[in-house]
Design a protein around this ligand. Structure first.
Ligand SMILES: Cc1ncc(C[n+]2csc(CCOP(=O)(O)OP(=O)(O)O)c2C)c(N)n1
Ligand code: SF4
Ligand SMILES: [Mg+2]
Length: 299
């Protein structure tokens, strides 16, 4: 049965499947994304989470997640999703697998497992909570880390562009792939509703600001995420059966230096690098507005 589309606060399910008082950092975007995610996914969900910051949520005997939760190794969330589905088929039971997995685990260490599950057409909603680094082990760069970023392994700023994971998913022939951001909650939850309705795999790359990794004040999580979208640094879009569309178009892009000013991880950047990044964002945004999704890869 199709649910009423979530477009405003009235439509958001009241159910809380994540308890408050978590040990995550105050202002953690990933925790917020999980809370909203579980609201949409509902009770008949099996949560899969690989090693990362959210590992910290469970401290025996404290269990804040009110659906079955399987915590797995960083490299195998996709394979675990396949295993759960196979077991449920045998048991003649039905539940939706909800993988909520970090960027390091998705873009890097677990990519083969995710790729295999998507290729098999496995029924799952896979959300990559993307804080743009391996945060649980001290903030090392992942391939989701953007160009120019300071991390503990790129102390002069990363010199490579981030991997375009959503395009990799689309190239698998996935029916639904999208980007989202916790600062645009209705856009995110609406996308999750669509993902949940798909029979087969659906993928969402969810930008989740991270207080210590990005170096901003904990009160600014929503602002940082909003500005990421409003500067074109994190465009919101979806690709449905291969068809690309922007789901939110700021009238005019905000300058990227406004976004970078808020985050310590960009404070080392000089005017020349800022101009270069701004020019790249402008190019990408112009292409996206024309629907030229595949042309935004830079060589
Ligand atoms: C094969 C393997 N390599 C490295 C680790 C160590 N490790 C544990 S959590 C983590 C960081 C995961 O990063 P990400 O998936 O982005 O999640 P985040 O910590 O940012 O929430 C790493 C590298 C591991 N558990 N397994
Ligand atoms: S390090 Fe970042 S992702 Fe991890 S708990 Fe803190 S704010 Fe959340
Ligand atoms: Mg991460």
């Amino acid at each position: 049965m199709k649910e009423k589309p979530i477009t405003n606060i009235e439509d958001v399910p009241e159910r809380e499947l994540l308890s408050g008082g978590s040990p995550l950092c105050s202002g953690c975007g990933a925790g917020l994304g999980l809370r909203m995610g579980l609201k949409v996914m509902g009770k008949n969900t099996i949560l899969v989470n690989s090693a990362g910051c959210l590992t910290l949520l469970a401290h025996y005997p404290y269990m804040p997640v009110h659906v079955p939760w399987i915590h797995v190794a960083i490299e195998n969330a996709g394979a675990v999703a396949c295993g759960i589905n196979a077991a449920y088929r045998q048991l003649k039971k039905k539940a939706k697998v909800f993988c909520y997995i970090g960027d390091g685990a998705t873009y890097d260490i677990g990519l083969q497992s995710l790729s295999a599950a998507v290729e098999k057409g496995e029924d799952m909603v896979y959300v990559c909570y993307n804080n743009e680094a391996f945060m649980n082990t001290g903030g090392q760069a992942s391939t989701a880390t953007p160009y120019g970023t300071y991390t503990t392994t790129t102390t002069k700023g990363k010199l490579r562009n981030r991997k375009q994971i959503t395009k990799i998913m689309v190239a698998h022939g996935i029916k639904y792939a999208a980007t989202a951001c916790v600062s645009y909650p209705f856009d995110y939850m609406r996308k999750l509703q669509k993902a949940k309705e798909i029979k087969g795999p659906a993928f969402i790359d969810l930008l989740t600001p991270c207080v210590p990794g990005w170096g901003y004040n904990e009160s600014q999580t929503i602002n940082v995420g909003k500005l990421s979208v409003d500067t074109g640094f994190w465009p919101l879009y979806e690709v449905v059966n291969g068809k690309f569309s922007l789901t939110y178009k700021p009238k005019k892009l905000e300058p990227v230096k406004k976004l970078f000013k808020l985050q310590g991880r960009f404070h080392h950047l000089k005017a020349k690098e800022l101009n270069m990044i701004q020019a790249k964002l402008n190019r990408e945004w112009n292409l996206m507005k024309q629907g030229k999704y595949w042309e935004t890869i830079e060589y």
